[in-house]
Design a protein around this ligand. Structure first.
Ligand SMILES: Nc1ncnc2c1ncn2[C@@H]1O[C@H](COP(=O)(O)OP(=O)(O)O)[C@@H](O)[C@H]1O
Ligand SMILES: [Mg+2]
Length: 149
């Protein structure tokens, strides 16, 4: 699978990457965000929200599992699957993942791996310093990788 590696050195740079994703990802895209707590997954989603002109404050949806933002340029679906780890119940998330007119961003995606489409864009974030992060980005859909170049 082709991949791209990027280093960012500040929250602002992470934000800018989110804005770029918002501007260039096609409707229906699913982005899976991998990385430890504090890696910057939610920070990246905030960048996407900013790029989509969503005014609401984007928080980690851990307690909601999913939050829909419908007031921006196009819908943003923000999922945090952390609490679904041991849950083997179908809660209907598949209705929203890959929402055809918007973008889906998923934190802790491996807990709902079976629901991820084959063309998911994976962004694996590693903490490399206080404000620096390494991003390993891969997808079976090469056109999605072009977006982050
Ligand atoms: N380059 C960076 N990118 C993203 N977050 C950063 C960066 N540098 C520092 N941070 C800080 O790291 C934390 C990331 O938190 P958050 O985005 O909630 O992570 P996660 O959702 O992965 O748990 C925030 O406190 C943020 O300010
Ligand atoms: Mg988070």
């Amino acid at each position: 699978m082709n991949s791209i590696d990027i280093d960012v050195f500040s929250c602002e740079q992470m934000n800018e990457l989110g804005v770029k994703l918002a501007a260039n990802l096609p409707n229906g895209s699913v982005v899976a965000l991998l990385g430890d707590l504090g890696a910057g997954k939610t920070t990246l989603v905030r960048g996407v929200a900013k790029g989509l002109h969503i005014d609401e404050v984007v928080q980690s949806p851990t307690f909601n599992i999913m939050k829909l933002y419908l007031k921006g340029d196009r819908p943003l679906i923000h999922i945090d699957a952390y609490r679904l780890a041991d849950l083997d119940t179908d809660i209907g998330l598949d209705e929203y993942i890959g929402y055809e007119t918007g973008l889906t961003m998923i934190e802790w995606p491996l807990f709902i791996e079976k629901l991820l489409p084959v063309n998911t864009l994976f962004i694996e974030i590693t903490i490399t310093g206080e404000t620096s992060r390494h991003l390993h980005i891969y997808s079976k859909d090469e056109s999605l990788l072009e977006v982050v170049k």
